[in-house]
Design a protein around this ligand. Structure first.
Ligand code: GRF
Length: 219
């Protein structure tokens, strides 16, 4: 980031874009002093693209299903991303694994939100797996992205108690409310220069975070 310019943010999405919406709303409310220079999608026609368009944000779709090969898709995405010159890349429900060279190009400048209390439950179906295991807590984690999926240094977690009666949609709803709180907050820390990754260690306000910062739901 150069001087006092607003950091350039690119958001990658694959779906409904409710986290993208939370970031747009935080920008519009003045919480986030950022410039969302683009939203990239791997699927056409998704709600998240409409949300971006409604907010006047530049969008591009690299349609995975119409790509001649995985390599072609990966290199086109990397090119589009590089052309937007992001200070920070934000994965917000982006469902495709990025190749190692793309991740490495943005070390310390790429964040993801994953719906579990990492390192528990990396991968898919976290709500069903947590319920099946009888967990008493579930939640979501904002972390820096590294080549190993869902294993990057953790920044901030939102914890939710699991109710005996919880169904998957009910638990998801409460966890996602937490995402809309913690993802903009982590981006705010980054934009304000408070959050950094240094040799694989998360630094917040000049101090190493040995464990992620935690926000607990108020239930
Ligand atoms: C989020 O809940 C996030 O945890 C996961 O994918 C979901 C995307 O939802 N990575 P949305 O597209 O932001 O509504």
């Amino acid at each position: 980031m150069s001087g006092s310019a607003r950091p350039r943010i690119v958001v990658l999405i694959s779906g409904t874009g409710t986290n993208l919406q939370a970031i747009i709303d935080a920008r519009d409310s003045g919480q986030l002093n950022i410039n969302i220079v683009g939203v990239l999608s791997d699927r056409p026609g998704i709600n998240g693209l409409q949300r971006a368009a409604d907010a006047g944000i530049h969008t591009e779709t690299i349609d995975y299903k119409r790509s001649p090969s995985r390599t072609d898709f990966d290199s086109r995405l990397a090119e589009k991303l590089a052309a937007l010159q992001p200070d920070l890349v934000v994965l917000a429900g982006y469902m495709r694994i990025l190749p190692e060279d793309t991740v490495s190009a943005y070390t310390g400048r790429m964040l993801n939100v994953h719906p579990s209390l990492l390192p528990a439950y990396p991968g898919l179906d976290t709500y069903a797996r947590a319920l099946a295991a009888g967990e008493t807590w579930h939640g979501t984690t904002v972390h820096f992205v590294t080549p190993t999926v869902d294993a990057g240094p953790r920044v901030l977690q939102y914890r939710v108690p699991v109710r005996d009666t919880d169904t998957e949609p009910q638990l998801r709803e409460r966890v996602q409310q937490g995402e809309y709180l913690i993802y903009p907050r982590a981006i705010e820390w980054f934009a304000d220069g408070r959050l950094k990754l240094n040799d694989g260690q998360v630094i917040l306000d000049g101090k190493q975070l040995a464990t992620p910062a935690i926000v607990e739901s108020e239930e």
